[in-house]
Design a protein around this ligand. Structure first.
Ligand SMILES: C[S@@+](CC[C@H](N)C(=O)[O-])C[C@H]1O[C@@H](n2cnc3c(N)ncnc32)[C@H](O)[C@@H]1O
Length: 214
């Protein structure tokens, strides 16, 4: 019984119900193995994230992109190799080891990738700083998805692109209070100054949601 409870909280829910310190401590310990376990397919990352985002930002010269709870720099690593993307990516995460793992992968673009240890709930940027803000596979692990989304919207400029995921499917049921039904997530986004909200199925366990700030 106790073993099952611990497995649920520490392995399946990754500490999500136990607060930011536990979540980040787990990611600190797991950082060296993260990329190997996730085994991201570069082509899928390009097709589903980098290319659509590059197209969405095509009218912006040198766009500024923020990846909140960006971990080992998944989005930066997909975006920076795109020939049509001439902007900068800031990867923000509370786990320093996660950032440390990702940084060498962006070495070919030293002035276009920035790595910052900070909490998603209080982004250290002025309002309307970024042309695009992403938060991928992370909202369910944060102390408050609502607060993090509000911060994402705050630092996004009007007309900018918001790209977030909502965990769905079986594992979402195992994280009560940390995940949202599709309708509830749409209502949550409805509290923010967003338009053109579009959701697509993504990676089995997630919906990928695109929106523009009004
Ligand atoms: C499942 S990983 C996702 C990483 C990345 N977005 C991706 O898709 O590969 C969740 C990330 O959220 C980060 N994280 C957890 N709590 C955080 C917080 N309160 N503020 C910022 N980052 C946090 C973790 O350190 C971890 O890197």
């Amino acid at each position: 019984m106790l073993g099952g409870l611990l497995y649920w909280q520490f392995v399946i829910a990754e500490g999500a119900h136990l607060g930011a310190r536990v979540v980040v401590a787990l990611y600190d310990r797991f950082a060296q193995r993260y990329d190997r376990v996730k085994n991201f397919d570069p082509q899928v990352e390009a097709d589903t994230l980098a290319l659509p985002l590059t197209v969405a930002l095509a009218a912006v010269e040198a766009p500024r992109v923020l990846d909140v709870a960006g971990g080992t720099g998944r989005l930066a690593r997909a975006l920076l190799p795109q020939i049509a993307f001439d902007g900068e990516v800031t990867v923000l995460d509370l786990s320093r080891p996660m950032l440390t793992q990702g940084r060498p992968h962006a070495a070919p673009w030293p002035r276009r990738a920035h790595w910052l240890q900070a909490p998603a709930a209080a982004l250290p940027f002025a309002a309307a700083t970024f042309d695009a803000v992403a938060c991928l596979e992370a909202l369910e692990f944060l102390p408050s998805a609502r607060a993090a989304l509000a911060e994402c919207a705050r630092v996004l400029r009007p007309g900018g692109v918001l790209l977030v995921t909502n965990r769905v499917g079986f594992e979402a049921w195992l994280m009560p209070g940390k995940t949202f039904s599709r309708a509830a997530f749409r209502r949550l986004l409805g509290e923010l100054p967003l338009e053109a909200v579009e959701a697509q199925r993504w990676q089995v366990e997630y919906d990928l949601i695109w929106a523009r700030k009004k």
